[in-house]
Design a protein around this ligand. Structure first.
Ligand code: C2E
Ligand code: MG
Ligand code: MG
Length: 586
C-alpha cells in the first residue's frame, strides 16, 4: 500500500471512530473534524468546517472552542475535563482530552471526546437520591448535617475567634399520624409537600430547610443577629401554618411543634444542637403543640428523667414486673357483679406500684403496649380460678386495648387468637376508646367482625371525651358504652351533664348498647342514676376501688410496700354489699 492509500485509510478510520476527534492549528482553526465531533454539534464535518459566523449556536460554540484551544496551546500541557454541550435539542456531557503537540513547524491541538451523558445522568440521579428527599425535593439529613458541621468548622477557624451565630429549628408536624390515618397516605404525602413549601417561604439563600424523616424537618437560619429575630421569624411561620391546606377537595389543618437551639450557646457541634432542638420540640409537643420554643438547660434534666422512665419501663416489661387490679361492674339495681375490668399496674424498681396513667402512653409510644396487653391476658388466665371464686364464674372480664393497638390488624389478630386460646373467649370484652373508631383505622370494619366471630364483646371506653360526636355513635356497633367519669361526677348537681347523659342513654338504647356509668363515687350520684335514668350498670369507688386478687386472700398477700398503694379491699367500707353475678349479665 503506498503512502497516499495508507493516509486515506487512516482518514477513514479517524472519520468513523466513535470518539470525537478534532485537530486545531495555532490560530484555533479546525484542520480536522471527524463525524462524531461534528455530531456533538448536530452537524457534519463539512458543515462544521464551513462555519464562518458566530450568529447561531454552532458558530458560538466554535468561537468558544477556538478561544479554549489558544489558551491550552499557550499552557503547553495536556488537559482533561468535562464539557457540557447544551443545544436547543439536547444536553450532553463529554469527557474531553486536549493535547498540544508540535508537528514539524506547526503547533497543533489534538482533542478527543467521549460522550459520558448516560453515565453522568446515573451519577446525578444517585447523588440526588442520596442527598435530596424524593417527595419534597428538600435536602436530606446528611446534607444539613454536613452543612452545619462545615459552618461550625469555618467559624472555629476564623482568626477573630469566630462565633457567627445561627439557629437550628426542629419541626415536627402535630398529629401527622392521625391525619394519615384519617385522610389516607396520598393526602398525607401531598400535605408534606405543601407543608414543606410553606416552610420554605421567606428563606434566605444562606438558610437551609431539610426533611430529616417522615414528618420531621430541620431548618437552619444562618446568620442571625439575635434570639429575638429568630423568635419573630418563627412566630410568623407558626401563623402561616395555621391557615388550612387545600388538598384534593379536603381542607386539612396541620400545625408543627418547633424546638430551637442556638449556636454556639446550645452546642458547638451538630449533634448537641440537633439533640437540644429535639428536646425543646418534645416539650412543645407535650404541651401546647403548634408553637415554637427555645431550648434551655432545665429541659435537659426533664429529658434525662424521661429516658430513665423509658428504661425502667422496658426493664419492667422484660422482667414481667406488673400485676392486675380488678374493678367490678355492678348492676345498680340488684348490686350483682356483672363483670370486672382488669387494670394493669407496674411495680417499679423500688417495689412501689404505679398506676397506668404513669406509663401506658409511654408504652404505646415505645411500642411496648402489645406485649403488655398479652401479659395482662396471661396474668388473668393464671388467676382465673381465683377470679371466678371472687367475682363469680359468670362475670365478664374486660381488658383495655389502646386505640393505636385497636387499629393494628396484626396485633388484633394475635390478640384475638390468644383470647380464643383461653377456651372461654365469650367471657371477654375489649375496651377501646372512641378514637379507635375513627375512619381509616379499620377497627369497625375489619377487626370488630373478627372479635364478634369468636364471641368477644366490644366496649367503648371513656365515651364523651374523645373526638367523635354523638352522631358518630350511630355508625358504631359496639356492645357496651361506658360514659366517662367527667359526666358522672356530681351528676345530681349538673343539669348540662344530665342532658348529655339522657341523650347518650336514649341513643344507646336505640342502638341496643348497654350503658355503664364510670366513676360513681358518691351515694348522691348513684341515687340520681337510679332515680332519673334507666342506666343499669355502674363502676366506681362507691362500689369498689380496683382490687388485687391477693388482697382477697389473706393467706397469700403481696408484700407490704405493694399494699401501701391506695387500692382498697372490697370489704373495707360501709357501702352496700354487692353479690356475685349468677351468670353472664350481657
Ligand atoms: P379506664 O379504662 O377508663 O379505667 C378506669 C379508671 O378510672 C381506672 O384508673 C380506675 O381505677 C379509675 N376509677 C374507677 N372508678 C373510679 C372512681 O370512682 N373515681 C376515680 N377517681 N377513679 C375511678 P386506672 O386503673 O389508673 O387506669 C387508668 C387508665 O389506664 C384506664 O382507664 C385505661 O384507659 C388505662 N389502662 C389500664 N389498664 C390498661 C391496660 O391493660 N392496657 C391499656 N391499653 N390501658 C390500660
Ligand atoms: Mg377501661
Ligand atoms: Mg374509662
Amino acid at each position: 500500500m503506498d503512502a497516499y492509500a495508507e493516509l486515506q485509510m487512516l482518514r477513514e478510520i479517524m472519520r468513523m471512530l466513535p470518539s470525537a476527534v478534532t485537530v486545531q492549528d495555532e490560530h484555533g482553526d479546525f484542520l480536522l473534524v471527524n463525524d462524531a465531533a461534528a455530531a456533538q454539534f448536530n452537524t457534519t464535518p463539512d458543515g462544521f468546517l464551513s462555519v464562518t459566523t458566530d450568529a447561531d449556536f454552532l458558530g458560538q460554540a466554535l468561537t468558544h472552542r477556538r478561544a479554549t484551544a489558544l489558551n491550552l496551546m499557550r499552557s503547553g500541557r495536556t488537559a482533561v475535563f468535562e464539557e457540557r454541550v447544551n443545544s436547543d435539542l439536547d444536553k450532553r456531557v463529554y469527557l474531553t482530552t486536549h493535547r498540544p503537540v508540535q508537528i514539524g513547524e506547526r503547533s497543533l491541538l489534538l482533542s478527543s471526546a467521549s460522550d459520558v451523558s448516560r453515565q453522568k445522568a446515573v451519577e446525578e440521579e444517585l447523588f440526588r437520591r442520596a442527598y435530596y428527599d424524593e417527595l419534597t425535593e428538600l435536602p436530606t439529613r446528611r446534607v444539613i448535617e454536613k452543612h452545619v458541621t462545615d459552618l461550625i468548622a469555618e467559624d472555629s477557624s476564623c482568626p477573630e475567634g469566630g462565633y457567627g451565630h445561627f439557629a437550628l429549628a426542629f419541626l415536627d408536624i402535630d398529629n401527622f399520624k392521625h391525619i394519615n390515618d384519617y385522610y389516607g397516605h396520598a393526602i398525607g404525602d401531598a400535605l408534606l409537600v405543601q407543608f414543606a413549601k410553606r416552610l420554605g417561604l421567606e428563606l434566605r439563600a444562606s438558610d437551609m430547610l431539610s426533611r430529616i424523616s417522615g414528618d420531621e424537618f430541620l431548618l437552619l437560619l444562618n446568620p442571625i443577629q439575635s434570639q429575638h429575630e429568630v423568635a419573630d421569624y418563627l412566630e410568623r411561620l407558626v401563623q402561616r401554618l395555621r391557615a388550612p391546606f387545600f388538598i384534593d377537595g379536603s381542607e386539612v389543618f396541620a400545625t408543627a411543634s418547633i424546638g430551637v437551639s442556638l449556636y454556639p450557646e446550645h452546642g458547638r457541634s451538630y449533634d448537641p444542637l440537633h439533640q437540644n432542638a429535639d428536646i425543646a420540640m418534645y416539650q412543645v409537643k407535650n404541651d401546647t403543640k403548634g408553637a415554637a420554643v427555645f431550648f434551655d438547660a432545665s429541659m435537659e434534666s426533664e429529658a434525662l428523667a424521661r429516658m430513665a422512665t423509658e428504661q425502667a419501663l422496658r426493664l419492667a416489661i422484660l422482667d414481667k414486673r406488673f400485676c392486675c387490679a380488678f374493678q367490678p361492674k355492678v348492676d345498680i339495681r340488684t348490686k350483682e357483679i356483672q363483670g370486672i375490668e382488669a387494670l394493669v399496674r407496674l411495680r417499679d424498681d423500688n417495689g412501689v406500684i404505679q398506676a397506668p396513667g404513669a406509663f401506658i402512653n409511654l408504652a404505646v409510644e415505645l411500642g411496648l403496649i402489645d406485649e403488655l396487653t398479652h401479659l395482662v391476658l396471661a396474668e388473668i388466665m393464671k388467676s382465673i380460678d381465683l377470679i371466678d371464686e371472687a367475682f363469680g364464674a359468670g362475670a365478664t372480664i374486660s381488658i383495655n386495648v389502646a386505640a393505636k393497638q385497636a387499629g393494628n390488624a396484626e396485633f388484633m389478630h394475635s390478640f384475638a387468637k390468644a383470647l380464643q386460646d383461653t377456651g372461654c373467649p365469650t367471657r371477654f370484652m375489649v375496651e377501646v376508646t372512641e378514637d379507635a373508631f375513627l375512619a381509616k383505622t379499620h377497627f369497625q370494619d375489619d377487626i370488630m367482625p373478627m372479635l364478634r366471630e369468636i364471641g368477644v364483646g366490644v366496649s367503648i371506653d371513656d365515651f364523651g371525651v374523645g373526638y367523635s360526636s354523638l352522631s358518630a355513635l350511630a355508625d358504631i356497633t359496639a356492645d357496651e358504652i361506658k360514659i366517662d367519669r367527667s359526666f358522672i361526677t356530681d351528676i345530681h348537681k349538673r343539669p348540662r351533664s344530665q342532658g348529655i347523659l339522657r341523650a347518650i342513654e336514649s341513643l344507646s338504647e336505640a342502638l341496643g348498647m348497654k350503658v355503664i356509668a364510670e366513676g360513681v363515687e358518691t351515694f348522691e350520684e348513684l341515687a340520681y342514676l337510679q332515680a332519673a335514668t334507666k342506666i343499669r350498670y355502674a363502676q366506681g369507688y362507691y362500689f369498689s376501688k380496683p382490687i388485687f386478687l391477693d388482697d382477697l386472700q389473706p393467706q397469700a398477700r403481696i408484700s407490704s410496700d405493694v399494699r401501701s398503694e391506695s387500692e382498697a379491699r372490697p370489704t373495707d367500707n360501709a357501702r352496700p354489699a354487692y353479690s356475685r353475678a349468677g351468670g353472664r349479665g350481657y
